[in-house]
Design a protein around this ligand. Structure first.
Ligand code: ZN
Length: 405
């Protein structure tokens, strides 16, 4: 059992976290203004520069800056998104925007793991460092972006595509990772590329009582057979090798099937959509050939298109030749935490940043925590949250004091 809690007033960092969690930046209609107001207040309190970008209406981006001793050196960007995914309130034990804290210190709220915790941990670590007289060599910027959960077109992508990000002269990026159910912390230095595949099968039509040849259904079933055969092989690969994680294999999931007009009419066309995630370990050209072969197996009248196809496969270095890695790893050693590198299984803004040429690590300092992002009853323990601030208090100066190289 855990030790009994002393009665003490809540740490300011926790109160700030809970206040930020109460901002309803929730899709499909997020209101970012209360969050922006909150961030302006934090910037004033801590003594940080504040910049606001309104590249897309109702989707503000905030950038808070702690200038370094040598602002001419490439800076560190700490990225976090302000938006959160929708909730099904009836399944929550505590209302998802109350930031209720239980007796044992669990803070329940949408965004408590993904990823308002990280945004506040950046701020609180900098508040702590500044008040202890630290001044880093390099400038640290913190970006608070909208729209990440729905594709980032109005958020990070707008910032990159507008050219506005360039003015910050970024040398390295830290962005979100995932909670870890064990004592080990996870660091993500690459992501799988999301592909959305739309397959169309056209065939002979007619009365549902006959045995018509070359129907759309037969063709689609052949393609699905190939896709699921591949899926089974990947599943087998993952299950048979405990060293392997889901980020290192390809996943294929059938997500939408459409077509048909009546139960007794053989349809002229059927379409199927697949969500495919391609790890950087699989050459994309080769994999596209595989997909083309699946569709060819359907025969005449079958075609495909990608409605989304992320092509970047950049892996950010985690070997000792990288001064960023040495700084990050050294800080983790100093904080006495064990970090394991992996490939992020889903998507974050890091993939756009890496594609734009920036090096990025995905890291959310939450260990001994079940992965609850996008789930009902998302929560984070106060102790884990506070420990994360200590961890960033090691990592941030280590990275921002990397000498020019
Ligand atoms: Zn996230």
């Amino acid at each position: 059992m855990s030790t009994p809690k002393k009665t003490k007033s809540e740490e300011e960092a926790v109160s700030n976290f809970r206040e930020y969690l109460r901002c309803k930046t929730v899709h499909p209609d997020p209101d970012y203004e209360p969050a922006i107001k909150f961030l302006i207040r934090q910037a004033e309190e801590i003594g940080l520069e504040f910049k606001r970008f309104d590249l897309v209406e109702r989707n503000p981006i905030a950038i808070l800056t702690w200038p370094g001793k040598d602002p001419s050196l490439p800076s560190i960007l700490l990225n976090s998104h302000m938006d959160v995914v929708p909730v099904f309130e009836e399944y929550w034990t505590h209302p998802p925007f109350d930031a209720h804290k239980t007796e044992d210190g669990k803070i329940y709220a949408r965004g408590s793991q993904d990823m308002k915790c990280v945004g506040i941990q950046y701020l609180e670590a900098i508040r702590h460092l500044k008040s202890n007289g630290h001044h880093c060599l390099r400038t640290i910027h913190m970006s608070f972006t909208p729209d990440e959960e729905v594709g980032s077109d109005k958020g990070m992508l707008a910032l990159i595509n507008s050219g506005e990000l360039k003015q910050f002269n970024i040398g390295f990026v830290l962005d979100e990772g995932l909670a870890s159910p064990t004592d080990t912390f996870i660091l993500f230095n690459a992501e799988r590329a999301p592909w959305r595949l739309r397959v169309s099968c056209k065939g002979n039509t007619g009365h549902g009582s006959l045995l018509i040849e070359n129907t759309a259904g037969e063709k689609l079933s052949k393609i699905m057979g190939k896709a699921f055969e591949f899926r089974r092989a990947q599943e087998e690969k993952l299950k048979s090798n405990p060293q392997l994680h889901i980020g290192e294999i390809a996943t294929v999931n059938l997500t939408i099937v459409e077509g048909g007009v009546l139960a007794n009419v053989v349809p002229a066309e059927l379409t199927a959509v697949f969500d495919i995630r391609v790890p950087p370990t699989i050459p994309q050209k080769e994999f596209e050939q595989t997909i083309s072969d699946w569709v060819a197996a359907g025969g005449e009248g079958c075609s495909y298109e990608f409605t989304e196809k992320h092509s970047d496969q950049t892996i950010t270095s985690i070997d000792d030749t990288s001064p960023w890695w040495r700084a990050f790893k050294g800080a983790c050693d100093k904080a006495k935490i064990h970090v394991e590198p992996r490939i992020f299984p889903a998507g974050t803004d890091s993939r756009f940043l890496r594609a734009a040429g920036y090096q990025a690590y995905g890291f959310s300092p939450m260990n001994n925590t079940p992965i609850l992002l996008h789930e009902h009853d998302e929560y984070l323990s106060e102790d884990v949250f506070l420990r994360g601030i200590d961890i960033y208090s090691e990592i941030l100066p280590a990275m921002a004091n990397v000498a020019s190289h």
